[in-house]
Design a protein around this ligand. Structure first.
Ligand code: PEP
Length: 254
């Protein structure tokens, strides 16, 4: 059976009250519809603890949007993996293109964060993807391969089971223009093959999510692709109707 994960990245959106309402609406839908797909919400740090209580006991998992690679210490403003675990997180998004672009995160730092997350039993949702210029220069697979090779350096076969990959072409994130199904299918097959060649056949089971303007209009087609195991969703995850519609399409693809 195909495994699916639909994860919402709320980015820097919503007040506490709005975040509680969104989480409650998703909770109610999941309680009523009992999807087979896994669902995750990744609210901003200050809301994690409150939202963990709203979704407790359901199939909705909690994820953070980032973490630091040290467990504790004098790192003002940073948040560590054990802190995230202590407020109920199962997932942490690592290497999102917005972190790479605006906060200068490179492949080496991302690798350190992935290792730190795994050390504390957090599952990284590891984001990779090319920029528009890189795609136009036919360098998509060179970039994705570099991001995977360095990002997953020194990761064991046992650890790879706890990693989720999110293929997110940078040019599709937040633009309203998703990659087309051919581009997504080709990229996901490439990533699957690379993972299998690097780590072994276990990676047939690795969750590879697509991200980049995924919404209720294009989800049916994208989520039905054989190597797409769900989505990392920004804008469309901020509206419970839109988000749960995407979960419905994930259900149809199982
Ligand atoms: C994202 O933030 O990972 C993302 C895919 O955003 P959007 O769905 O808004 O393109």
């Amino acid at each position: 059976m195909k495994r699916m994960l639909i994860a919402g990245n709320w980015k820097m959106h919503k007040t506490l009250k709005e975040a509680e309402e969104l989480a409650s609406d998703i909770f109610n839908w999941v309680e009523t519809n009992r999807p087979k797909s896994d669902v995750a919400v990744c609210p901003p740090f200050p809301f994690l603890h409150t939202i963990s209580k709203i979704i407790a006991g359901t199939k909705i998992y909690l994820g953070a949007q980032n973490c630091y690679h040290e467990p504790e210490g004098a790192f003002t403003g940073e948040v560590s993996p054990p802190m995230l675990v202590s407020v109920g997180c199962k997932f942490v998004i690592i290497g999102h293109s917005e972190r790479r672009t605006y906060f200068s995160e490179n492949d080496q730092l991302i690798n350190a964060k992935i290792q730190a997350a795994l050390r504390f039993n957090l599952s990284p949702i590891f984001c990779i993807g090319e920029t528009l210029q890189e795609r136009q220069e036919n360098r998509t697979y060179e970039i994705v391969e570099r991001q995977i090779k360095i990002g997953l350096n020194n990761i064991s076969i046992e650890q790879i089971r706890n990693i989720v990959i999110a293929y997110e072409p940078v040019w599709a994130i937040g633009t309203g223009v998703s990659a087309n199904t051919e581009q997504i299918d080709e990229a996901h097959r490439f990533i699957r093959k690379l993972l299998i060649n690097t780590f072994g056949p276990e990676c047939n089971d690795t969750l590879i999510l697509y991200g980049g303007s995924l919404n209720s209009k294009n989800a049916k087609e994208i989520l039905s692709l054989p190597d797409v195991n769900g989505g990392l969703i920004g804008k469309a995850s901020l509206d419970s109707k839109e988000f749960t519609k995407i979960i419905e399409y994930a259900e149809q693809s199982i």
